[in-house]
Each structure stands twice: as structure tokens, then as C-alpha cells.
Design a binder for this molecule. Structure first.
Ligand code: M6R
Length: 623
């Protein structure tokens, strides 16, 4: 949510700032801005409401030169999206400019103090502006920019990643953070960078240093930098990490949208994940994972938000079915709404693509304070979440996910949940060896089957477009496909802004059926397995009330095909004749793809902003 970038070096800062903001635009896209310390030691601030292109067009007409600069792309929290509320914010004489991610929770008190004691006039409605004025006041009192930043952080409360430039120290950028990510990038030719998301730096360097809470970094134009603990004044020798992401992920390639590219990447991501964790003899191997995290656990709590939560809900089904360990799942934000019941025998499994979702991080910290063990599933090894679980993180290895709507991260998270639950099942000996073998070898077949599903994309497009005028949909699934129904509804909501509800099929008759008429299509997942006939019955109940019925069925299906108005067929999964209770165990991988495509095609047809839907941001770093 919001993105920060900064550059100090020998080149013109503006080029880097605009290029890297383009990469971070998925973090927030309601306004953006840059502040550049020019060669004549002025600070030039340019800001624009709306997409980054507005800022690019504005800067095109200006000749802004300077080797030091900071930039920001915003997702509004305090103050409407506008030119004035966009970052960077500066103090009254523009001798200081800052960009901020997070929320300054005591900004009203600080604002009152700055107005009454220093006669400061505020221009924006944001919480962030207080930081620029505070730093400015301390510099006027004779402090250096670094000292002023340290003094300011003693006064501000809340979460922040801050990047600061000032006329007082024209060749420098100062950085600090608390409960919000910020990295330093070390480039070639003495170039130094900063970013709130390391993806912004991929084209420039893969050497990053993650700042820890209360550290102050001072980056200088000669390529030198220091990192200091602001609490005790100690200098820190930096831990440089190498990022392994491929810049290819930042390119749409042959696709019109990142979303479509990411949907099509799913088979290869799964193939790669299985290649790493499931060997030829079908042994599961989590190299580097500290197995002690599983010792003596008697309960599992899965935590996530949005799509990660739905991947976790599939995980709950798997963990309970395969290992019989009691497993709960919680929206991270809800877990914080009551005292969390966890102890040293509780394993918390936190799932987050970004590893920076504020709700998830707070819930994890709360569980850790009760003594719980932690295992994390994330796409970002350099994230705050991964840092909380250094030897107990499973990486989903999906590559950077640019589109705001999660697709490939979902299926990669689901693969990790399968591997984890099968790993635990083998430990507690709940599944018999034949069942385990069938599940693991069937998992191996998934990438190819998904490719076959994707090859039907055009056919799905033709079938869904006649529904483009509908303004309400209900997605239905039972058992392991109930979370998939909710994920399908979430995708449709996010991408088309149309009302869509995901329900457990069996719950329809307990209330939601009242909303059904000929204008509310149902999308039912009806793949072979123990719940098939009950779910089919639920489809018929809805159809009887006039709902146009769409069904996701397997090739060769007869019954649902006869009942539904439109069917989206997918290839059959490996048959589990000896283990009928496992027949639908792997079905989420094939049922979710048509739902992702349905949402994509309707959004594209309706002219929506597929990769950056309104009001959303990729990583939600506020609670
Ligand atoms: O980065 P995370 O996985 O923690 O993000 C969680 C949710 O914010 C995220 O899945 C969100 O729901 C997506 N927009 C779904 O498409």
C-alpha cells in the first residue's frame, strides 16, 4: 500500500524515480510524486493525482535535473486522492521533503503543537505532512537532517517508512522505518537506492539491505552509507541479501495484462515447486526448514487475508483430513479482535503473498507473544513475515505478482498447503502409504492438467460473455471447493466491481436463496467426488427459482451437464477408484482456473482496469 523509492548517485534521479514508481504502481495508484534536490540545491516537488502517467506527462515538460531524489505512489488512507495530498510533503519553505508509508497515529496532537508553537500552516489533509514540518523545525533549531529525523521519530507514533531529503544535506537521503518495510539497494558505480518494495530495484540491483525498526540509514552521493540504531546510536554492519527474482516477471510479454500472464504462469510455477519439494521417489523435502517447529503440536491456527485466507481454508481441509490435527482458520484482522488462544503447542501457519500485510503481521506477533510456534508461507523471502520465521518459511516461488488480483500466488500457496499437510500426514501416520502415494503422484499430474484447462480459455470466454450484463452472481462450492467458490467470487468482485457472493452450496437454502431470480446466475463447482450429488441438488434448487446456472464440470459429466444452462468443462483428474473419498482432493487446481478466466474476460469486456482495479492496492500495509 503506497510505494517509496529513492536514488542518490551520479545519474539524473528522475529517470530512476519514474521507472521504479512504474514498478511500484501496483502498490497504490491514486496519486504520485517526486522530490528532487537540484544542482542549485533547491528541492523541486512535482505531484499529480491519478495514475503515474499523469506525473510522467507533467515532468516531461519540466527540466528537472538532480542526482538525489525521492518518489511515492499513493493509496489514500488519510485525505482524499488529490494533487495536494499526494507525496512528497514538504515543510513551509520547502527545505525538507519526505515520503511516507504507514500511519502517524498521533498526527492530530503533533499538528496542533506545530500550529500553536511554530505558527505552521498545513496545506494537506494527510497525517504525513507533520513529519516534514517536524524535521524542518528541528533543522531550524540547528540539528543536522539525521539528528532532526531521530528527534522526530521520538515524537511520532504509529507505523512508518520514511525517506527524507533536505537542503541542509543536499547530497543525501535519510531513511528510517517502524512496522513498515524499507530496503536500501546497493548498485554499481556508487549508486544507492531505497524502496519500500525490493521489486522496484530489480532492474538496477539485486543487492539489498532490509532496514530494521528504528534503524536510520544515511545514503550519500559518493556511494557510502551508514546504518545506525537510533535508540542507542550504535552503527550496524549491514546484512546484504541477494534477491533472486527474475526481472522477466515485470514484463507482460505477449499478454495484454499481467493478470492473464500470471494466470498462464501457474502450471510452470507448480511444476517448479514440486520439482523442488517432491523428489522422484515421492519424498517430500523442505530443505532448510526446522522440523522442530512440528514437535508436539496439538493444534494449528492458519492466518491470512483475502485470497491467502482462501488458500488457508483449503489447507484446513487438507490438514484435518490428512493429519487429523485440529486446525482453525482465521482472518488475521478478526484474530486481533479478541484474546488469541494460543500456546507453545500451537502451530500458527501464516500465509501472505507479500509478507507485508499489516493485519497478518499483527496477528502473528500477537500469537508469538503467547508462545505459539510460527511457520510462514510467502512469496517474498525478504519480507517482514519471512524475517519473523527465518528457518520456518516455505517460499511459494511464484515470482513477482504484479496484477493486484492474486492468481498464481493462490495456486502456489495451495501447493504448499498440500505439501505441508502430506508431510505432516506422513509424520503422524494418519494416511496409509497407498493413499499418500496416490496423492503425491496425482499432484505431479496437476501442471499438465492445468495447461489443458488453460488451452480452453477462448471457449470459456465465448460462454461467459453473454452474462456480461448481469450485476450479481452467486458462486457455490462444497467441501474443498467451498473456498474456491469464495475465491471465484472475490476475483469477480475485484475485477468487475459486480456483486458476487461465494457460498457453501449447502448453505444456499438457509437464506441466500431468497436473493435468487433470473438476473442472478449461479456458478457451481461440480467436479467428481463425495460432495458431487449434494452440490448438484443445490444447483437444481437455485435453478428451480429461476437462476441461470453455470457449472464447472469434468469432461464426460452427464448429470450436471443436463441440469446446468452452461457448462465449463475441465479435464478429468486422476481417478481415485480405490480411494473415492480422495477423488476431489486435488480439484481446486482445476476448478479455480475457469473462475479466474471468467473474472478476467468479464472485466476486460466491461472495460475495467484489469491489473489495477479501483480502490485496491497490492499489499495492504495498514490495519
Ligand atoms: O499479500 P497477502 O497475500 O497477505 O495479501 C492478502 C490480501 O490482501 C490479498 O490476497 C487480496 O485479497 C488480493 N487482492 C486478492 O486478489
Amino acid at each position: 500500500m503506497c510505494g517509496i523509492v529513492g536514488y542518490v548517485g551520479q545519474e539524473n534521479a528522475l529517470d530512476f524515480l519514474l521507472n521504479s514508481l512504474k514498478v511500484l504502481e501496483y502498490r497504490g495508484y491514486d496519486s504520485s510524486g517526486v522530490a528532487i534536490s537540484s544542482t542549485d540545491h533547491k528541492i523541486n516537488v512535482v505531484k499529480a493525482k491519478g495514475k503515474l502517467n499523469n506525473l510522467i506527462n507533467l515532468t516531461n515538460g519540466l527540466n528537472i535535473q538532480g542526482n538525489v531524489g525521492i518518489g511515492h505512489t499513493r493509496w489514500a488512507t488519510q485525505g482524499v486522492p488529490s494533487d495536494i495530498n499526494a507525496h512528497p510533503h514538504s515543510n513551509s519553505n520547502c527545505s525538507v521533503a519526505i515520503v511516507h508509508n504507514g500511519i502517524i497515529s498521533n498526527y492530530i496532537d503533533l499538528k496542533e503543537e506545530l500550529v500553536s508553537k511554530h505558527n505552521i500552516e498545513f496545506t494537506s489533509e494527510t497525517d504525513s505532512e507533520v513529519v516534514a514540518h517536524l524535521i524542518g523545525v528541528y533543522i531550524e533549531e540547528g540539528l543536522s537532517t539525521k539528528e532532526a529525523l531521530i528527534e522526530s521519530t521520538k515524537k511520532i507514533k504509529g507505523s512508518y517508512a520514511l525517506s527524507v531529503i533536505s537542503k541542509e544535506d543536499p547530497g543525501k537521503i535519510l531513511l528510517t522505518c517502524n512496522d513498515a518495510p524499507l530496503v536500501v539497494g546497493v548498485g554499481k558505480n556508487k549508486d544507492l537506492y531505497c524502496a519500500s518494495d525490493s521489486a522496484a530495484l530489480l532492474k538496477y540491483t539485486n543487492q539489498i539491505i532490509r532496514l530494521k525498526d528504528h534503524q536510520i540509514a544515511e545514503l550519500s552521493g559518493n556511494g557510502e552509507f551508514t546504518i545506525m540504531d537510533s535508540h542507542n546510536g550504535d552503527f550496524i554492519s549491514p546484512e546484504v541479501q541477494t534477491m533472486n527474482f527474475d526481472p522477466f516477471h515485470l514484463d507482460k510479454g505477449e499478454y495484454k495484462h499481467f493478470l492473464m500472464k500470471e494466470i498462464h504462469e501457474q502450471p510452470s510455477i507448480i511444476r517448479n515447486l514440486l520439482g523442488i519439494h517432491l523428489d522422484q521417489d515421492l519424498n517430500i523435502n523442505f530443505e532448510g526448514l526446522d522440523e522442530a517447529v512440528f514437535n508436539d503440536i496439538n493444534r494449528i491456527i492458519i492466518i491470512g487475508c483475502g485470497t491467502a485466507y482462501y488458500a488457508g481454508l483449503i489447507g484446513k481441509y487438507l490438514l484435518e483430513s490428512f493429519s487429523r490435527i485440529p486446525c482453525e482458520i482465521e482472518f488475521a484482522s478478526e484474530l486481533l479482535a479478541r484474546p488469541i488462544l494460543a500456546d507453545e503447542r500451537t502451530l500458527v501457519v501464516a500465509i501472505s503473498q507479500s509478507g507485508e500485510t499489516a493485519d497478518t503481521l499483527m496477528a502473528v506477533k500477537s500469537a508469538l507473544s503467547k508462545g505459539a510456534r510460527l511457520l510462514t508461507i510467502t512469496n517474498r523471502p525478504e519480507s517482514t513475515l519471512a524475517a519473523l520465521a527465518q528457518n520456518t518459511t516455505i517460499l511459494i516461488r511464484a515470482g513477482i505478482e504484479v496484477s493486484v488480483a492474486a492468481t498464481k500466488s493462490f495456486t502456489a500457496q495451495v501447493v504448499c498447503m498440500y505439501l505441508l499437510s502430506l508431510h505432516l500426514a506422513a509424520k503422524v501416520k494418519e494416511l496409509n502409504p497407498e493413499e499418500l502415494k496416490w496423492l503425491k503422484s496425482s499432484l505431479r499430474a496437476i501442471p499438465l492438467i492445468m495447461e489443458q484447462v488453460l488451452s480452453r480459455a477462448e471457449e470459456y470466454r465465448e460462454k461467459i460473455l453473454p452474462f456480461a450484463n448481469k450485476t450479481s452472481f452467486i458462486f457455490l462450492g462444497r467441501g474443498i471447493n467451498y473456498p474456491v467458490a469464495m475465491e471465484g467470487a472475490l476475483k469477480l468482485k475485484e475485477l468487475t466491481y459486480v456483486q458476487a457472493t461465494g457460498y457453501a452450496s449447502g448453505e444456499m437454502k438457509h437464506g441466500p436463496i431468497a436473493t435468487i431470480d433470473e438476473n442472478v446466475p449461479t456458478v457451481s463447482i461440480l467436479l467428481p467426488g463425495p460432495t458431487y450429488h449434494k452440490a448438484l441438488h443445490n444447483l437444481i434448487e437455485a435453478k428451480t427459482r429461476g437462476a441461470p446456472s453455470i457449472a464447472i464440470v469434468a469432461d464426460g459429466d452427464k448429470e450436471a451437464t443436463r441440469e446446468a444452462n452452461v457448462v465449463f468443462s475441465v479435464p478429468e483428474l486422476p481417478r481415485a477408484d480405490e480411494f473415492p473419498h480422495l477423488q476431489d482432493a486435488l480439484s481446486p487446481f482445476v476448478s479455480v482456473v475457469p473462475l479466474q478466466l471468467i473474472a478476467y474476460y468479464l472485466a476486460e469486456y466491461l472495460g475495467k482496469d484489469v491489473d489495477q482495479p479501483r480502490n485496491l492496492a497490492k499489499s495492504v500495509t495498514v490495519e
